[in-house]
Write a protein that binds this ligand. Structure first.
Ligand code: A2H
Length: 254
């Protein structure tokens, strides 16, 4: 842990249809008619246009926490505890949990994807998610994140192994940001150039992530969505504000 504060944007992805296992796990625990959101934490809100999935880890047990009479968040216990000290729950320091649910049970759930060209996306597994960071829920943007790209390709190739349906993981990736050195699908370009063959190739992926972040954020230009034509640096606060104004996101720091 460094001394710098990470300023995330927490994105509210509303559950549309639960997987069978998740429906069973939450039965009777969430008031009927209430909305439940998966809440990924991202450093790149301007990439939400390219979201194709939401990742959870089958190794993590998540909680469902009550935010108001008709809203609940599905996140890690650790994420909820942090949020309780950032005025995200009604009572300071409290994060009322109504259910535990294993990440594996959430896989296959269909959620609404704020800002994305794809209005609805599926929850799929990612083993490398850390319980010690963010909310333990991650948005997948395979155009701009090498981790997300590598996982997307692996899920597409080994759907049976991951116990998912191949159609849950779109393989046609929408370009949303143009970069001078790596074109408009920077994650794919880096993963191919560095010959990364697995989402578990942590060392190479960390390097690719570093390059993608620097190049995408400092040199990138939006080529999709309402901020098309703007630099990524200028689009980021605008995309953040649109999501917050729509009631679909909030600031979260740790
Ligand atoms: B970012 P940092 Cl397009 N475990 O969002 C593993 N990874 C996690 C996580 C967790 N518990 N929580 C968040 N993340 C990911 C978008 C994105 C991200 C793009 C490009 C780069 C990028 C779409 N995924 O991050 O260690 C989330 O992925 C590169 C830094 O706090 C989050 O932002 O620096 C990022 O890691 C936070 O990583």
């Amino acid at each position: 842990e460094g001394v710098l504060v990470q300023e995330y944007l927490a994105i509210k992805c509303k559950v549309k249809t639960w997987s069978d296992a998740a429906a069973k796990a939450i039965e009777g625990k969430v008031s009927s008619g209430a909305k439940v959101y998966l809440v990924p934490a991202t450093l790149r809100p301007e990439t939400m246009y390219g979201q194709t999935n939401v990742f959870v880890s089958p190794k993590i047990t998540y909680g469902i926490f009550k935010v108001s009479d008709d809203e609940y968040y599905l996140i890690t216990n650790r994420g909820a505890r942090n949020m309780a000290y950032q005025s995200i729950f009604p009572k300071w320091g409290e994060f009322p949990k109504v259910a535990d649910i294993s990440g594996g049970d959430v896989v296959g759930t269909l959620i609404e994807a704020p800002l994305s060209a794809r209005k609805e996306v599926y929850v799929v597994p990612m083993d490398t998610i850390k319980d010690s960071k963010g909310t333990g829920v991650v948005t997948s943007v395979p155009s701009d994140s090498p981790d997300d790209y590598a996982m997307t390709i692996d899920l597409g190739k080994k759907a049976d192994f991951y116990k998912i349906k191949p159609e849950w993981v779109p393989q046609d990736i929408l370009p949303i940001i143009e970069t001078p050195t790596y074109g408009n699908l920077i994650a794919e370009a880096l993963v191919k150039q560095m010959k990364i063959n697995s989402p578990k190739d942590a060392k190479a992926l960390a390097e690719a992530k570093d390059i993608a972040y620097k190049e995408g954020f400092y040199q990138g230009k939006m080529i999709y969505g309402e901020f098309s034509g703007l630099s990524v640096q200028d689009a980021k606060p605008k995309a953040r504000q649109v999501l917050i104004d729509q009631g679909l996101a909030f600031n979260y720091a740790e």
